[in-house]
Design a protein around this ligand. Structure first.
Ligand code: NAD
Length: 476
């Protein structure tokens, strides 16, 4: 069902599409397949609802978000089970994601009350300046499948807190997660037209309407850099505001003064999270030559022990990839690396037959001897392959780490405080984990530099993305 103007309804064409389990191929359900006219109706509803929603007090908007936070936590288990079926991540990680998704709702319920303006001194004695912060208007959100609930709340919650209304187009692979997320907000009392959901099997006409309709004043996109560039270009035609959360190619650097065993455990944990399908997943693991042997032995041992399978089965820590195309990409990157001289230390192949039948499973893989000529050194892998590169000195590794068009997350392992600061300041990335594999939280700004995007989500900055500044110059 689509959710437009406070009502659940089929698409105008009555077309539907299937949602499937990537671990088995089983059909999970049918979803309304929106067309252009549905999107136009959703935008019209959001436009109509905007003035009244923007006029509500921050306290009223905050109260609705608090209720949504409570409901999301009450429904945590059902949401997590659905996410595992539809997206594939193991159930423990799905529960963590629902918690993370709820964190954004709570954070922005709090921040809604802190949309402060400013008073600025004038050079004229008879003049006063005030800056108001007002909602940008109707926002359109386009979201990916890899974090199918938290990527929605990271956009819906700040939009609502700021006083914006929103139309959401979720990824075609995970529409059921979007439907259940919308039920949370609808049941929390979000008024009709303030949030609208248009799921579709074909993103192009939906995107085209969102980008060409002048009522949409803001586009917030999370997905690949390729599509992000296309969308930002189209948004520029009407100077719509944009936030872009795009791909990454995270370096993970282990310096000689670090504990190689702890670093290898960290690498194994973060690399295989969500089957490597995370924008902050390490894509190049740089290890200093002096500790490489211990690091590689530990990494190999940890990875060999990872259990792959359906995320609802016991003891599974790595689920399926999202589709056939992702398997093809893994094969291409591994074949290319091997043909350029890399060694596969563990994994390196598709998992087939038995419990894997019908699913898109790739064995957790470690490759050593990776060099800059290889595809995997530059192209986002988005899968369970850990490529290891040996380095000799600090300056060299900073240069190699920055040698990418991406700039999202990066990781450093060192016990030398000066080095930690020096390297963190020199790395051209938006987020840096120092002896830490999760430099994220609803309370801190998430986002990248270079081709990893524009703008930030979460934190105080995440709210600013939905606010315009308006200056009042007053002569006394
Ligand atoms: P994708 O770019 O293929 O799709 C993202 C969204 O864009 C989907 O909803 C899709 O339907 C839509 N889309 C595709 N073509 C479109 C078009 N022509 N017009 C309008 N919409 C269109 O990305 P994906 O495969 O869903 O997600 C994986 C990518 O997302 C990776 O590159 C990953 O790094 C990135 N990602 C980034 C972040 C972040 O916060 N920076 C978070 C999660 C994922």
């Amino acid at each position: 069902m689509l959710y437009i103007n406070g009502e659940w309804a089929p698409s105008r064409s009555a077309r539907e599409f299937e949602s499937r389990d990537p671990a088995s191929g089983a059909v999970l359900g049918q979803v309304a397949d929106a067309g252009r006219e549905d999107v136009a109706a959703a935008i019209a509803a959001a436009e109509q609802a905007f003035p009244a929603w923007a006029k509500r007090t921050a306290y009223e908007r905050s109260a609705i978000l608090y209720r949504a936070w409570e409901l999301m936590l009450e429904r945590k288990e059902e949401l997590a089970q659905l996410m595992t079926r539809e997206q594939g991540k193991p159930i423990r990680m799905a529960r963590t994601e629902v918690g993370y998704a709820a964190d954004f709702v709570l954070w922005f319920a709090e921040e809604a009350k802190r949309v402060y303006g400013e008073t600025i001194p004038s050079s004229r004695a008879d003049q006063r300046f005030h800056v108001l912060r007002q909602p940008v208007g109707v926002a359109a959100a386009i979201t990916p499948w890899n974090y199918p609930i938290s990527m929605l709340t990271r956009k819906i919650a700040p939009a609502l807190a700021a006083g914006c209304t929103i139309v959401v187009k979720p990824a075609e692979q995970t529409p059921l997660c979007a439907v259940e997320t919308f039920k949370v907000f609808a049941d929390a009392g979000v008024p009709a037209g303030v949030i609208n959901l248009v799921s579709s099997s074909d993103p192009e006409p939906i995107g085209d309407e969102l980008l060409s309709n002048p009522a949409v004043r803001k586009i917030t996109f999370t997905g690949s850099t390729e599509i992000g560039k296309f969308i930002a270009g189209r948004a520029a035609e009407q100077m719509k505001r944009v936030s872009m959360e795009l791909g990454g190619h995270a370096p993970f650097i282990v310096f000689p003064d670090a504990d190689p065993v702890r670093a290898a455990k960290g690498a194994a944990a973060v690399k295989f999270l969500n089957t490597g399908q995370a924008c902050i997943s390490p894509n190049r693991i740089f290890v200093h030559r002096s500790i490489a042997e211990t690091f590689l032995a530990t990494l190999r041992e940890r990875v060999a022990k990872l259990k792959t399978g359906h995320g609802l089965a016991d003891g599974i820590s790595v689920g399926p990839l999202i589709d056939e195309q992702a398997l093809t990409k893994m094969q291409r990157q591994v074949d290319d690396a091997v043909s350029h001289g890399a060694d596969v230390l563990v994994g390196g192949e598709q998992l087939k037959g038995g419990a894997y039948e019908g699913g898109y499973f790739w064995a957790p893989t470690v490759i050593s001897g990776v060099t800059p000529e290889m595809l995997i050194y530059r192209e986002e892998t988005f899968g369970p392959i850990a490529p290891v590169i040996i380095f000799d000195d600090e300056e060299e590794v900073i240069r190699m780490a920055n040698d990418t068009t991406y700039g999202l997350a990066s990781y450093i392992y060192t016990n030398d405080l000066s080095r930690a600061y020096r390297v963190a300041e020199a790395l051209d990335f938006g987020m840096i984990g120092i002896n830490d594999i999760n430099p994220t939280s609803a309370a801190v700004p998430f986002g990248g530099v270079k081709e990893s995007g524009l703008g930030r989500e979460g934190a105080r900055e995440g709210l600013s993305e939905y606010l315009n500044s308006k200056v009042l110059g007053i002569a006394l």
